[in-house]
Design a protein around this ligand. Sequence first.
Ligand code: 9WN
Length: 467
Amino acid sequence: MDLNNYRSDLPEKLAVTMAARAAHVLGLNSDGDVVKPARGLYPHQWSWDTAFIAIGLSALDVDLACRNLDALFTGQWRNGMVPHIVFDPDAKGYFPGPDRWACADVSGEAPATPLTSGICQPPVHAIAALHTVRAATRRDNSTASAAIRWAETFLPKLLSWHRFLVRERTDASTGLVRIFHGWESGMDNSPRFDGPYSRVRPGPDLPPYERRDLKYVTDAGQRPTNQEYDSYLWLVEEAKHAGYDQQVLSRSSSFNVGDVFFTALFAAANDDLAELADLVRAPEVAEARGYAERARAAVAARTGPSGLATDIDLRTGEDLEAGTIAGFAPLIAGQLSAHEVDGMVKLLQGICWAGHPGFKWALPPSTSPCSAHFRARSYWRGPVWPVTNWLLTWALGRAGAEQAAADLRRTALEQVVVAGGLAEYYEPYTGEVLGTVNHSWTAAVVVDWLCADDWPRPASMTRRITG
Ligand code: 9WN
């Protein structure tokens, strides 16, 4: 078969090969039990990556999925925050590393071990936990009951994490989750944050540093700029200066954004937390439902007539209209009417998103090609990210838009197969692989997509991962 002309559904043999390859990538990126995002560029454990990785692993090895989530939560702070990075003491070469964050030195909330970063990332973990438990219940009885026992131990950690977001991060006036760093959104250099970053002024006392990311992605145009990195590092200094105290930061941080996408994921995660609590007969079902409703209402309040939602700069009150994938927050938050879902699907498939006539694949890019901020090769400013495709397929399926979910999933898989690499992100016009080429969350969502379609799964896939 000529893969360059490949346009139809994956035949079974190709699907199995692809799933095995994705499983192999997860194995390649593992250190013991822990699957890191990518060798070289990201050699530690990342927060929301781990949730997506667990979603993929749950199709292969439920216990391993649980162990990855557990490993991440060993870095949970006393105040409940799940840090965006849990550092592996043996892995070097990522900057900023634990010394630069100095969390345990300046905050009594941070664990002394493992060492972590001092910010967080979107709370996909409850979604991953429920996904994992559901995968287990489709297996044999002993896998199912082991997963339920695990969920009983994991639930208090999830609750403490969600309570942190409510108590320390929910902005009283908008109800949105506030973030103090673009890294917290997971969409680091998205044009969503151009306004807020223009107000971050790195001081002359910014300690010198050397970027390590450009050793692994040698085309600097695919990564954030040096100027952006100065702002990123300056915000770390500000957070350290505040002793990572969330209330101090809400007054002092020069970056303070009400993030609609983070808030939407928080709504969805609370729906799943409520379901998980119900499954293990815990009393916190109503509490989680309340958090979900409030987060969903906050997203709805930021949704304009187009149906897309807009972040807000909480320092200035400015609407951060930038035409990015984060606008689809209402779809992620869930519980839209059938009419609203239909509107979202039309937008998603329209010419300003997946249906742009110049695109190689009908997939939504991180920033709309109709936006003046669109850059086809630059990280979160334009490329297509499989992980956001997964979130959209998941949200569409949940909203009952099954055909749209299936179309998106099929096209996203075709892109990965034809490109010949499980890349971090892809160029929308050409489909070229960008960033790192063996990225774990891409591999994880591919495994989930393939297994969700009940394509056969060879036993060798599990062996490759568990060694
Ligand atoms: C900073 C690991 C992470 C993802 C983020 C993605 C990128 C880090 C970086 O990689 O961010 O956290 O160094 O660029 O933007 O979403 O979690 O895959």
